[in-house]
Design a protein around this ligand. Structure first.
Ligand SMILES: C[S@@+](CC[C@H](N)C(=O)[O-])C[C@H]1O[C@@H](n2cnc3c(N)ncnc32)[C@H](O)[C@@H]1O
Ligand code: SF4
Ligand code: SF4
Length: 331
């Protein structure tokens, strides 16, 4: 992995029509990114080489028609860029499926079978699933995104299998306890290993750096790269290939590593990208504890958001990584 900005996570608004139990947001303010500011983000990030934008929130569809206007602005200003939409899926029916063609994919969050989903997300499961099938039938690439946590870990396998049976694509990610109240929802190392193994076996999309532990092919590739090249070859992208921007134009290394590193009203994006000390700390990857000594340090590096959430230190060892269990032959 080269040092270079690839992905901008654009939190278009923090307003949301749901209040999910696991959400990393706690303030659902209705502020949204203004058109001029949005144009600035695209122009400045393109100059830095960005080629992917994840539109997220809050709930991005609460922007109404502006969401599609903004996506079309990306097409105009950074034509080769990919655009992904992350949505809770409750409002997809308000727009013709054709409108979603501007996105490379639409990632719809669901948290497992109806009862569990509705416990975490509110009563939305059936409506969301109908909306998903409507887009899929039109030919839009839809991915169901599951955020694995203590509440839904036990039904993960059956839920993924059911979705795959319906011909749906599935992705998983893991809860980061960005707020103290979320710590009780975080997985144990054993649960983490179980979820990773299930997801890898079922062939679902996992962007998490720690998948390397159970993905034999990825593991072999990474070790070969490490032998050839000094320094980072993959893993956690926070501040290395990714930045997140919130509706007040605060900039973060990632939406799950919520440390403000600047604000686009006060600094340009390239100044933040090139001069921010925290970003350089992440890029050196001089990690502590188990991650510091791990053979996968430069290919994984753990989730820096999880390390910060649990230890208040972006360089601390990953708190959820199951490698210690693998080493002891427990899993
Ligand atoms: C914050 S939401 C915004 C987009 C939209 N409202 C949705 O729910 O998909 C983006 C994704 O982050 C996930 N997410 C929320 N809180 C999280 C947390 N504490 N740790 C990891 N992922 C989280 C959500 O489940 C969702 O898949
Ligand atoms: S729908 Fe998305 S933004 Fe809204 S509360 Fe749930 S996870 Fe958070
Ligand atoms: S110990 Fe750290 S670097 Fe090694 S696999 Fe686990 S999270 Fe990745």
């Amino acid at each position: 992995m080269g040092l270079g900005l690839h992905l901008i996570i654009v939190e278009l608004t923090h307003a949301c029509n749901l209040r999910c139990k696991h959400c990393y947001l706690s303030n659902f303010s209705s502020t949204s990114i203004a058109k001029d500011d949005f144009i600035n983000i695209i122009v400045q990030s393109k100059d830095l080489g960005a080629w992917a934008y994840a539109f997220t929130g809050g709930e991005p569809l609460l922007l109404g028609e502006r969401l599609f206007e903004y996506a079309n602005l990306v097409v105009k200003l950074n034509p080769k860029a990919k655009i992904y939409l992350e949505t809770n899926g409750t409002l997809l029916h308000l727009y013709p499926p054709k409108a979603f063609e501007v996105f490379n994919n639409v990632q719809v969050s669901l948290e497992e079978p109806k009862d569990i989903n509705d416990f975490i997300r509110g009563k939305a499961f059936s409506k969301v699933l109908n909306n998903v099938f409507r887009l899929k039938a039109y030919g839009i690439e839809v991915i169901i995104n599951i955020t694995v946590n203590k509440i839904n870990i036990n039904t993960l396998r059956e839920f993924i299998e059911a979705l795959l049976k319906e011909g749906l694509k599935v992705g998983i990610q893991f809860l980061t306890p960005t707020r103290p109240e979320l710590k009780r929802l975080a997985l144990s190392r054993r649960e983490f290993a179980r979820a990773l193994k299930v997801a890898i076996k079922l062939g679902v999309k996992i962007d998490d750096p720690r998948r390397i532990l159970f993905d034999k092919h990825l593991c072999e590739q990474a070790l070969a790269k490490i032998r050839k090249k000094k320094g980072i070859v993959g893993g956690c992208t926070a501040g290395i290939a990714t930045l997140a921007i919130d509706p007040s134009l605060n900039v973060y290394p990632c939406s799950r590593l919520r440390i403000k590193i600047g604000n686009l009203r006060k600094q340009t994006l390239d100044k933040i990208w090139l001069e921010n000390d925290l970003l350089w700390l992440l890029r050196k990857r001089e990690l502590k504890g188990k991650c510091g000594k791990c053979i996968f340090k430069y290919a994984c590096g753990g989730c820096r958001g999880d390390a910060y959430a649990i230890y208040g230190d972006v360089l601390a060892e990953d708190p959820f990584c199951p490698y210690v269990l693998v080493e002891k032959g427990i899993c």
